[in-house]
Design a protein around this ligand. Structure first.
Ligand code: FAD
Length: 374
């Protein structure tokens, strides 16, 4: 995006990527259909040490603008849920669109050569890549974060930024499945069971599906909350978000001969109901359980505590939280405050979106903002 816009503004642009094909993360995104933006984009859907940083770029290059570009290229799209826009066809169309925009801007593409050296002297950047070298007054770091190393993702942006004296906020995997150990390992036997929950960690809460896996917890609600979760913290999962306080006591009055398991099975899938009832430990018919015990059961179900022992790491994380500190960058131009001509955009920056097209919108918007100032 940045290369295309800068090129179309008349700049001579060289785009270097060490992969043999460009945009590999776009190709695997959104299950191959690329969730390219979110209509609900707003700064509060991004995590950063400076929550104000993303406002300027997001405000100047909006989802409507990206959508207009998609439509100009005749790419059919649909809204899946929660403002998430996907291609009807394939993520390849988004890569083709960006390449076409680059071609319109006369961008030169250098694929397949690793960047081996970057020097800065006399206000010029010299980049060695493969056996070649290029020199320019401006350098944009757009190499993303280390999530999914097997498709060529690296922490190169952080190494380079540090060499220029920029601070890096500790990178960690985000939008990532969480793993369970200890007694919670028993929940792994539910692998494949999904249910709608509200997942909470601190002040953050997401109502979406959660999925039990053979390693722990996944599904959109868990991926979302993983960005807020830190080692040692506990998650609270509302297993039955549509049930109002008093629902089990009401069930006792209506169906005193039913079991806790059967009552819970009205709210969650059977296998999960069985596991939850077993953990709560009320085997008797509801009519024989005390109101106090049922109230405690309701409370447990409304805030089931999980203490994940970790995440599935960068190998499975959709994004990397943290990155080049916004304190060292201009929010208008993405330029490093102390290194004129150096810019950092996209996921490499300490701005991380929720699941649902927000991360691409940040990549487009920050790339566009940087290109305006080159
Ligand atoms: C499985 C998966 C699905 C996703 N789905 C979505 C989605 O549907 N919607 C959404 O908004 N976000 C999604 N994301 C997140 C989104 O893909 C990223 O946030 C986004 O691609 C970041 O864009 P970027 O340009 O900053 O970095 P990237 O897209 O990662 O691009 C960085 C480029 O730099 C290159 N590079 C890296 N290191 C070097 C180096 N040392 N030398 C030269 N080149 C290098 C890479 O090859 C890569 O092409 C998904 C992520 C994953 C992993």
């Amino acid at each position: 995006m940045c290369a295309a816009v800068a090129g179309q503004r008349g700049r001579r642009v060289l785009l270097i990527d060490h992969n043999d094909e460009p945009g590999r993360k776009i190709l695997i995104s959104g299950g191959g259909r690329c969730n390219f933006t979110n209509l609900g984009t707003a700064p509060d859907r991004f995590l950063s040490q400076n929550p104000h940083f993303a406002k300027s770029a997001l405000g100047r290059y909006t989802p409507a603008e990206f959508l207009a570009l998609v439509e100009r290229h005749g790419i059919a799209w649909h809204e899946k849920t929660l403002g998430q826009l996907f291609c009807d066809g394939s993520a390849r169309q988004i890569v083709a669109m960006l390449l076409d925009e680059c071609a319109k801007g006369g961008v030169d593409l250098a694929l397949g050569g690793a960047v081996t050296a970057v020097d800065h002297a006399d206000s010029r950047f010299r980049v060695r890549y493969g056996v070649r070298e290029a020199e320019a007054p401006a350098l944009v770091i757009a190499t993303g974060g280390p999530s999914i190393p097997k498709i060529g993702a690296t922490g190169f942006a952080y190494d380079l930024a540090r060499r220029f004296g920029l601070k890096v906020v500790e990178p960690r995997p985000a939008l990532v499945p969480l793993t369970l150990g200890g007694d919670e390992v028993l929940f792994r036997s539910l692998a494949g069971v999904a249910t709608e929950v509200v997942a909470k960690c601190g002040k953050a809460a997401f109502r979406e599906a959660a999925l039990f896996t053979h390693r722990g917890l996944s599904g959109p609600a868990i991926l979302q909350i993983s960005s807020y979760w830190r080692h040692g913290e506990t998650l609270a999962i509302d297993m039955a978000p549509d049930r109002k306080p008093g629902w089990l006591r009401e069930a006792k009055r209506q169906q005193p001969r039913t079991t806790l398991r059967r009552a819970i099975a009205g709210a969650v899938p059977d296998r999960l109901a069985e596991a939850l009832a077993e953990h709560i430990g009320i085997a008797a018919e509801l009519g024989n359980a005390t109101d106090r015990a049922l109230e405690a059961a309701e409370r447990s179900l409304a805030g089931w505590r999980f203490s994940p022992n970790g995440t599935e790491g960068f190998a499975k994380a959709e994004v990397t939280i943290g990155g080049v500190s916004t304190a060292d960058l201009s929010s208008q131009t993405m330029e490093a405050r102390r290194v004129p001509g150096l810019r950092v955009i996209g996921e490499a920056v300490d701005v991380t979106g929720w699941l649902g097209g927000y991360n691409f919108q940040w990549a487009w918007a920050s790339g566009w903002a940087a290109a305006q100032a080159i």
